[in-house]
Design a protein around this ligand. Structure first.
Ligand SMILES: [Zn+2]
Length: 326
């Protein structure tokens, strides 16, 4: 491994577990190196990145991890990292202006059309400030040594690389992204109780975190309603066909999968208000009973039957719910 990349490797894999600032910082630098083209003027020997452009990428990573998966980025839940507080405030305002809590990728949000330019700009400014105070210089330190992998001008909010080193980052970007995600996953696993963290961390790099259609579950869920009248799991009222939605009782953001044992019918409106909310123990008990009954009514020769049977036998619902509560 090239000596320069070896230093990055050591810094990433040995950084502390306090929070994930070093992950967003290093990931943003590697991502920015991708924009640098070797065809540029050969005279340019120093390349500068601005804390504001780095801050935009940090916000992108934190936005996507938070809005889809609600992952905690630090073990101290009472005092979350500043960058997370700024990100959550922006998401909260975004939900408020849009009038619903459907998650959407950062890259697809149009802050201008929501009249949120000001909120956006002040969020970036705050994140850039935290980068200067807390992150940029700290990332270079390990066991009392300072790794000279870049130069800083904190007052002007800039980080400087030699041309050679930026090209190194770019050339080894796949490797660096992989170890950053690996370390990020390790850190998150220290204080998040949700399953599939590694998949969630990788998913934010892909352009397709999407919820697939749940239509295929209708035929199974309908077995619970012999008269064809679907009832809402939460309020027990009959649901009009136009008002039917399928809900993940343990939130999708937590499970990151669609499982029959966790799905129920409910009114659309109740579903759209329910953002990452924990179900009550009473709901869990009712769902356990529903699952036992549903299993009895299903044909025992389908994949869904097998999966539901395993879930009931192994008590998945209670186990996931208990670990979700932490
Ligand atoms: Zn209802």
């Amino acid at each position: 491994m090239d000596g320069y990349i070896k230093q990055w490797n050591d810094l990433i894999l040995n950084c502390s577990f306090n929070n994930t600032y070093k992950m967003v910082w290093s990931k943003a630098l590697v991502e920015l190196s991708l924009n640098f083209s070797d065809n540029n003027d050969e005279e340019i020997e120093t390349i500068a990145f601005d804390f504001n452009e780095i801050g935009e990428l940090c916000l992108k990573y934190y936005w996507n991890q938070t809005i889809y998966f609600d992952l905690d980025q630090s073990p101290n839940l009472k005092k979350p990292p500043e960058m997370i507080t700024y990100t959550k405030e922006l998401i909260k305002e975004f939900f408020f202006r849009r009038g619903n809590v459907q998650p959407i990728r950062f890259e697809k949000v149009d802050f201008n059309s929501l009249k949120m330019e000001h909120n956006y700009e002040s969020t970036i400014k705050n994140i850039a400030k935290t980068i200067g105070q807390d992150v940029c210089w700290r990332f270079k330190k390990l066991n009392g040594n300072n790794y000279e992998i870049y130069d800083l001008d904190i007052n002007r909010g800039k980080v400087f690389f030699s041309r050679h080193n930026v090209l190194q980052l770019k050339e080894h970007s796949d490797f660096l992204f992989t170890i950053i995600n690996y370390r990020w996953t390790q850190i998150l696993e220290g204080f998040n109780y949700s399953p599939r963290i590694s998949r969630k961390v990788r998913a934010i790099d892909e352009n397709n975190i999407k919820r697939v259609s749940l239509k295929k579950f209708h035929k199974h869920l309908d077995l619970m309603f012999e008269d064809g009248q679907r009832k809402c799991f939460y309020c027990s009222e009959i649901i009009d066909d136009t008002d039917v939605s399928i809900d993940h009782v343990i939130p999708w953001s937590y499970m990151f999968s669609d499982d029959l044992w966790n799905l129920v019918y409910c009114h659309k409106e109740e579903n759209s208000k329910k953002y990452n909310r924990l179900p009550s123990e009473e709901d869990i008990v009712r769902l356990e009973n529903r699952n036992i009954l549903l299993l009895q009514r299903m044909e025992n020769k389908s994949r869904e039957y097998d999966q539901l049977q395993i879930a009931v036998e192994k008590d998945y619902l209670k186990k996931f719910w208990t670990s979700f509560k932490g």
